[in-house]
Design a binder for this molecule. Sequence first.
Ligand SMILES: [Zn+2]
Length: 369
Amino acid sequence: MPKPKSKSKKSSQKKFKAPYVYREESQLASGGNEEKPKVSSPCSDNFVADAGPGCHIAHPESSDWILEWEAVNADDFDADGLSDIPDIAIDPESGTLTVCNLNQYSLVAYITVYETRLRDAQGRLLEQGSTTNDEGETNQVTTLIVLCPPETFAHLCVLLPQEETDKPTSQIDLEQLRLESDVQPWNQHPDPSDVYHDLILAFPLRTDSTNPSFLCTQGIHGHLTHFFSGNLHAIDFQCPVGTPLLAVADAVVVQVQDHHECTGIAVTNLFHWNSILLQVKNTPPDKPLFVEYVHIQSASVSVGDQVQAGQVIGASGSVGFSPEPHLHFAAYRSDHPTAPTVQVSFAGKRGPYIPRAHEWYNDDGLAVP
Ligand SMILES: [Zn+2]
């Protein structure tokens, strides 16, 4: 449990009644949220910060850039006031962007602000990144990824005009502000220690003289995006668009999706991605295993195809919520859309291994520089 700073004078009912308050209902299935998740922190910093340009992460134990965590004090609000508070609010006077979590459980908020600069607690402008939608429209945006503890206001940053960053916030036209968000209960993994022991996988990317190894930019439990049930044990490998994707085991192709084109860090990209799902063959009858390749550019296999370990099944890309070209690889015990991940190992010369962020890998395992 974090220690929110003591209540500040900024807290008032008024600021949350501003007309320019945005909310988008969660589009993600979020099973198991009726329970009150504990704020245990299975998250780690198992990711490369540079791999997410324009993404800024605020977790209770790692968030030096945000303005303040503030405990909700119900006495500050009348009963109606509490129910009026949206998930995301902007203070009309200061321009402060706040995630409001009045619940007894943690919320995860993804927020993308278009063409408007944001200033952090240290007075720095938050770095922007690029995003392109399925129609080919490209924008400069800032995306905030916030794990907000129960009964906490996360005061994140201050909105500034895009062109003249020293203008007072009151000169921003908040009615015109383009902001996308997805706020949902933190869908925690039911068993973070779940490991698949019955099989060791081959490496999923083909190396060559240009790319003799690949950087793992986010490992299991990574703060960037690997802290949900459906991606806790996922691994990200940075790889140029078009890198051949290899079957990690003999398998059957279960699902193929490669018609999307969006790329970058907009919240809406979370709901549009390309992927291949394989069911691994020769697993024990009661222990099926499915492996998924996400953000792909194209598939060269179809549903029902039998593939052999090492066979090319498609080409890597950067489609979906993807700050840079990479492969997001995950394994599951079921092909249900909301199945939790399971931890798998890859075969290396020095034995099975689990890739870690900041290290380079190839078919031999950890690449020795
Ligand atoms: Zn990933």
